[in-house]
Design a protein around this ligand. Sequence first.
Ligand code: SF4
Length: 768
Amino acid sequence: MKRRNFLKLSASACAALAALQLGDKDIFRPVQARSAAEAPKLPGSLGAKEITSVCEMCFWRCPIVGKVKNGRLVKIEGNPKSPANGTRVCARGNSGVQLLYDPDRIKYPLKRTGSRGEGKWARISWDEALDEVAHNLKETKRKYGPHALAFFDHGASAEFMRDIFKTLGSENYTNEPAFFQCVGPAALAYLMTYGYVTTGTRQYIDMKNAKAMLFIGTHIGENVHVSHVREFIEGLQNGAKLVVVDPRYSASAAKADIYLPIRPGTDTALLLAWMNFIISEGLYNKEFVEKHCTGFDELKKAVKKYTLQWASPICDLPVRDMKKAILLLAGNSPHVAVHPGRHSTWYGRGDTGRHQALAILAALFGAVGVEGGLYFPTHVKKGHISFGCVEEEPETPAKSISEDYYPFASTFGSPTSKIIEATLTGKPYPVKLWGINGVNILQTISNPYHTMEAIKKLDFIFCEEILPTETAIWSDIVLPGATYLERYDTVYTFDLLTPYLTVRQPVVKPMFEVKSSFWIARELAKRTGLKCFNYNNEVEFIEEELKGAGLTLKELNQKGGIVSYKANPYRDPKEFKVATEDGKVQLAVEDFADEDLDPVPKFVPTPAPPKGYVRLVYGRSPVHTFSRTMNNKWLHNEAPENLLWLNDKVAKKVNIKDGEEVVLENQDGYRSWPIKIKVTPGIRPDTAYMVHGFGSRSKQLSKAYKQGASDQFLVTEYEDDPFMGASSHRTNFIRIVKAGKVINLPELCPPPKDIPRFVPQKNRTGGK
Ligand code: SF4
């Protein structure tokens, strides 16, 4: 039976999705709806001086305390009872105050009056807005069937509206573009190797107790998630050695014992050569592999041809450096934190394989279930709830836009690229309505020009938004959503080294006419005739969840908003079992082979830059969460624009100076807005780098508009991961336009003959 294990593991895809969405939302079971009279009063936290809650300035969800004076939020700190972050929050966490009081916020329901993308709106009532959305949902389904409805979502509160699309019978929810544009390949690789996902909201990697760490492209320090950074730093303070592999000298690379400035797109070649080296030299953990892994012989045979000598010209790294790094890692096994990575949609082909290689390398070190390695999540119990959303007409389309193209997509929803393609072409069936919640799709999905063309073809598009983002200005109806500081979401459980349970709750009353996502979804359900969301308000189901943990909301608040538990993250070797069907680590994945995909990772070269161009890569800023925070006053003051990192030797050859302002042009002729150059030896000559999320195209974002350049609007070329359909983001190349003159960049490290060169498509010329 095809995909036998995947389908079983997908049942625990609540584990996978949990990690990605709600922390740990259990399988639902029906409960009796309560009447309004029986509904508990909202807890008395409003108006109190200190209210505990959960941050949503990024997905990490640090427990926080909001300090409120005269009904106004004046400060946010970390929750001192939190075992993860204590009183610490990062700059973004602290700046939630400025999201709440952003003068550009969407204050009322809006209806488009100009053309899509123009940003001209009229204020309407909630009744009008909800009736129009509900009418279009019903009519589109009636005319074209349920699969004509597509939903793009991100974050915990978007789950309520996703349930509406699912209940209406659509398979086309994207389970957030952040999945198909971010963690998807890594999540699949770890799910199939270990039976659980370690790349979700939190990551089960014990850096604090590691003796050595390996980062492939991970740039902790620029990528700031409070407890993660803290564990990384504690690991270094405890004496852990660090190997960083990255074409750019990142904040992590600056702390490395060994830094390998690899040629982009060749990480899997390095990992395969390392695996072959430790297997052939007998440096792998034989006992662990024999007792706890399957597929070793297949792996050994498959990696045999990948020697360090073979990898050296491909990766552009000296053999001695690669050898030194693997000896350092193997010498510290099993206490090696092989970081699983997070954003994994780099090159399309090979993305799942790269993360599978990381997962396997950890197993070869025996770095699983031990201090300093991958650890096991400890389940925290909470109550089961059901919103009662039952599919009225479950319907399978003749051809699915997830499963028929990508065998390992369906658990996670439909790939965004296929939804956009179906919207543009009407094949395999028409997609006519989009709903969006919590994601700025024009700044996240590859080829935003395609996305805009697709939007023009829709019958209807609506979104729930907090700020007038690019996505909002392309919508027909905009529903003003409450920020995380004004609403309840759910009970969060974190199954970490010290597990804990907490809840997101409002620290101030909702401002203007904004509403919580639960309220919006419940109203839409009523108006579309769905029997759904059988709780009167969020507190009712939160109490139900807490009941399963033996708590009430009042008790939880009396305990400081957090309850911590004892963990069992490590395993006695005698009891060791991972979550796969046979309890063993899968070094070769049978389900992949069943679908004619490689059961063990293989090196698939990604094309090198065309002559005159360098590859464009991107990353995070410690003070921003991509486009979401660009309009935040405090964060904008800290980092108002991004810079393009350009290698110093390349810059010298074409006479570009540090701080000069230029425009970037990609291989298809699409140009960026002006961006300043940072000339540095800290990046390879064949690569350029910028922080993602800048260069907003929404004039209604008074701080973010036209600040810096958007890498996303230069990502016009992409390739889908053949396993699960995530779209690549590092398959684009740029050259420079200075004072209107195009400058071709010199090639200082040409690719070897094994790596083909990218050939731009003739019909893909962009606007200048
Ligand atoms: S890392 Fe910062 S932004 Fe993210 S949840 Fe924690 S405090 Fe908030």
